[in-house]
Design a protein around this ligand. Sequence first.
Ligand code: NDP
Length: 325
Amino acid sequence: MTTARALRVPTTGGPSVLRVDTVEVPDPGEGQARVRVAACGVNFIDVYQREGLYPVPTPFTTGNEGAGVVEAVGPGVGVAPGDRVAWAMQPGSAAESALVAGRLLVPVPEGVELDVAAAAMLQGMTAHYLVTSTYAVQPGDAVLVHAAAGGVGQWLVQWCAAKGATVIATAGSADKLATAQSLGARHVIDYTQVPDLAAAVREATAGAGVHVAYDGVGRSTFEASLAALRPRGVLALFGAASGPVPPFDLQRLNAAGSLFVTRPSLAHYILDREELLWRSGEVFAALAAGTVRLQVAGRYPLEEAQAAYRALEGRASTGKLLLLP
Ligand code: NDP
């Protein structure tokens, strides 16, 4: 047993409910490791859990991603004290010390700083499954990426461009559009300004429509994403930054061209160790090769976590935000 400062959610609500408290962290049990957390990623899943969209009994410690050094291990864990490790999808990560399921831990390659590893895991592996598995992007494909200057968005733009796709990027400000362009987007659209977003996307494809739309914005972009697809196109609705999409008549997919809509989650694309190590390995390899540049746009102590989440939820952030416990 040890004690640690942790970022707590005492009750559901906005960023103002977040508190730093000292909590007891038990010794690791079967299949667990206790990790001294160097950095914890700021992600929308934390927001959905804090607001109650994804129900979690309160009070709880927030944070779902991090990197650090193993302090102690329980039976049946493939890491040892002193190992540098990173993970995603582990609730309770925003603390000085956290219990992490051993099956989620990946080794951080030599030469990769722990804060970079923490910043890369959740958004990097998400982009990886979206471009390799949800829809396997091919050279010459037309790809739509919404919120392209955001955390996942920056990974998607760079990976799709590296695969030889034509990237059509949307974002909500001139600065964010310039970021997307600098990362390889061929066409950029300010979706807060255009009267008809789908028409603007179609125009960028000479009327043909896109092969795939990567939509983590949700409510405000879903209809345009659907209308921008070519026949048999794929809409990967992977988030709801602007709110959840209302119920939907499946018959519309037929009328609009035998379309595909999926609502994927990272958890279902890292189902076993082999898949987790493949995806995280390709994330670290992309960073090492320079295929993807990672922008850590803000580092916050736990005491300033409210500001970090206000930036993410208030559309004020680009790239990745980190908490440094
Ligand atoms: P981002 O850094 O992309 O931040 C969200 C961005 O969404 C904002 O910066 C903003 O960009 C845009 N946005 C548009 N409308 C709104 C709105 N009303 N409120 C807030 N933001 C808005 O966040 P992440 O990279 O962390 O996550 C992006 C999406 O990916 C989220 O929906 C998240 O849930 C999802 N996700 C899904 C995963 C999965 O496996 N399914 C895993 C990881 C993330 P702009 O100003 O340019 O409009």
